[in-house]
Design a protein. Structure first.
Length: 305
């Protein structure tokens, strides 16, 4: 979810490029671990509108990383000169397309051994994003924000990126990272197993949304709570759907009077919603689950808010 919604929303907000979501088929897109959006164009429709190809293609994690139609399309885009960026496990899709062969890369720590099977591929530690000859990759989904700010800087200049970072509540977007902090240790592994076995204790929580709701804040909050294995998050409204700030259409559920309901804080910048959510999550489900979540999204944040 975050590796699609965050790059899209951030680039739309930056207003430095025309931004489209494309998929093998047009229509709704089910996001993991929560939410559904509408507004994706088909690959064929994009090709008709842009016969010379895209300038940049951003690839999120996908439920299937070897879809032959998508792989062929990515290869064509790369051959035509597009710069390709894989966010988090989107690097697996790039690997299937042969775009990591002979290149330096990073990726989510869990995918490292798979990605290293690509011929001549070299993993680069301690970098949240890495670019090599037109192909870029990032670590876990939390790296989508600094990577997109770096892209905004490359397209629109340092001042535009700095202004956008302030708007988002981000202090810096450099590529530095401590790879040694991340990996599934014994404690986090056992917590992960317990969480997944606790599916029968899932409870529905709903986020009240309306037209103009911030994509970035919504995605960060919904993603974090959903990954606990204890909460099923839905977006709720009276209308069946709302328009996100970016213009995407978000499917919504009817509000349930018996469900736990909360709203996003409009006074808080979008990105700090993650630290605030992690603090609340730790209080409700314990520090171990909060730490495991930070491992899962490869997030080095402070949790100060």
């Amino acid at each position: 979810m975050t590796d699609l919604l965050l790059p899209h929303a951030l680039l739309v907000r930056a207003d430095v490029a025309e931004v489209s979501i494309v998929a093998p088929r047009a229509g709704p897109v089910e996001l993991y671990p929560a939410l559904r959006i509408d507004g994706a164009r088909s690959l064929a429709d994009f090709d008709r509108a842009h016969p010379s190809g895209a300038d940049y293609v951003i690839v999120p994690a996908m439920s299937r990383d070897d879809d032959p139609e998508l792989i062929a399309w990515l290869r064509r885009q790369a051959d035509e000169g597009a710069r390709i960026l894989g966010v988090c496990s989107g690097a697996r899709v790039l690997g299937q397309a042969g775009l990591l062969d002979g290149r330096r890369f990073t990726g989510h720590w869990y995918d490292r051994s798979v990605l290293l099977r690509r011929p001549g591929a070299t993993w680069v530690p301690d970098r949240r994003y890495v670019s090599d000859r037109g192909v870029a990759t990032t670590t876990g989904v939390s790296a989508s924000v600094p990577a997109m700010l770096a892209l905004v800087e490359a397209i629109g200049g340092r001042d535009r990126a700095r202004a956008l970072a302030r708007e988002l509540g981000v202090d810096s977007w450099d590529s530095s990272h401590d790879s040694a902090r991340f990996g599934l240790g014994v404690r986090s592994a056992s917590t992960y197993v317990v969480d997944k076995l606790a599916f029968w204790r899932d409870e529905r929580w709903q986020i009240a949304v309306e037209d103009g709701v911030d994509d970035i804040a919504l995605a960060l909050v919904a993603d974090a709570w959903s990954r606990t294995g204890r909460v099923r998050v839905v977006a709720a409204s009276d209308s069946g759907s709302v328009r996100l700030r970016s213009g995407l259409k978000l499917a919504t559920a009817v509000a349930d009077g018996d469900a736990r309901s909360f709203a996003l804080d409009a006074a808080l910048e979008p990105v700090p919603h993650l630290d605030r959510t992690l603090l609340r999550l730790a209080k409700r489900f314990g520090e171990a689950r909060a730490e495991r979540l930070m491992q899962e999204i490869e997030y080095p944040g402070s949790r100060r808010r």
